[in-house]
Design a protein around this ligand. Sequence first.
Ligand SMILES: *Cc1c(COP(=O)(O)O)cnc(C)c1O
Length: 371
Amino acid sequence: MVDFIPVNEPLLNGNEKKYLNECIDTGWISSEGPFVKQFEEKFAQTVGRKQAIAVSNGSVALDAAVVALDIQPGDEVILPTFTIISCGAAIVRAGAVPVVVDCDRHTWNMDVEQIEAKITPKTKAIMVVHIYGLPVDLTPILELAKKYGLKIIEDAAEMHGQTYKNKPCGSFGDISTFSFYPNKHITTGEGGMIVTDDDNLAQRCRSLRNLCFQPQKRFVHEELGWNLRFTNLQAAVGVAQLERLKEFVAKKRRMGQRYTEQLAHISQLELPLVKTDYAESIYWVYGVVLRDDVPFDATEAMEQLRQQGIGTRPFFWCMHEQPVFLKMGLFSGESYPVAERLARRGFYVPSGLGLTDEQLDRVVQGVKTLF
Ligand SMILES: *Cc1c(COP(=O)(O)O)cnc(C)c1O
């Protein structure tokens, strides 16, 4: 039996060990250590924002963003149905109502044409989520936000190093968020970042991150926060990873290109779009979609690949088909065919930064045997 190829392996062979040793040697391991501030400052610079607030993961970054923007019970927030649960959960936990739109068949991102029809007097924000490698087409969304006075929450968890019309992803939202889970382009094991240009919003996020302790009356609370603090150990890894962002993006693009070249002739597969007129994919993951005439679905394809020692993951399951939301009475009777099809026919293959060319070629051979 040949070695199993995991769906993701991170690359940690830069200064990670050196900086971690500094933490241990100096005893700074909590959120008070110097790497946290350094990582926040360098990250803010990288995405061209005034403020960055490191938090424990990308999901809670969204929770804090929604609360910081004062989204209240009964308010509506528009988001793509094709995304991770974290997006819908952040809205629902704030008592607000998630309102979804379908996605574009080619970019897999939210269909911007469908947004305006979903805007009501209760709409407070649009949560844009960049999916899998290509950013959302932001210009029309920013125009809608301006026209209707809506806030933008930008989930850029998968977009480290990506740009939209040459401006960094993560620089477009009133608040934008990132994740540093090991399958993202930059990892800290677990971790997340909130970025903004608004000092008041940043202040609120810092307070929410730290249980809403008050500087003067520490244990007297006007508001409930969370403990979302990010440790110096995580930040040490983050600083080392950030040093290599450009290299990592280039490597992901090479991997994406290699997959596309080798899979392009397989008529049964739809491959990820290489570029649009506003961005070139950074292949957060390399996703493939089984064409409609393929007599099996993604679940079966993934099982076959597993038997060949190849790890995969299914695509996102739509928000409007989540049992947890249906039980709450949300999305009753709603249907979004493009996203439903992607969820059933799409999966992604190993595409972590640690993947070697030999492994990639073995994955290609495995995918070919499906047909
Ligand atoms: C990974 C991801 C998140 C969640 O980040 P975690 O750090 O795993 O909590 C949120 N949104 C998107 C789009 C993601 O891909």
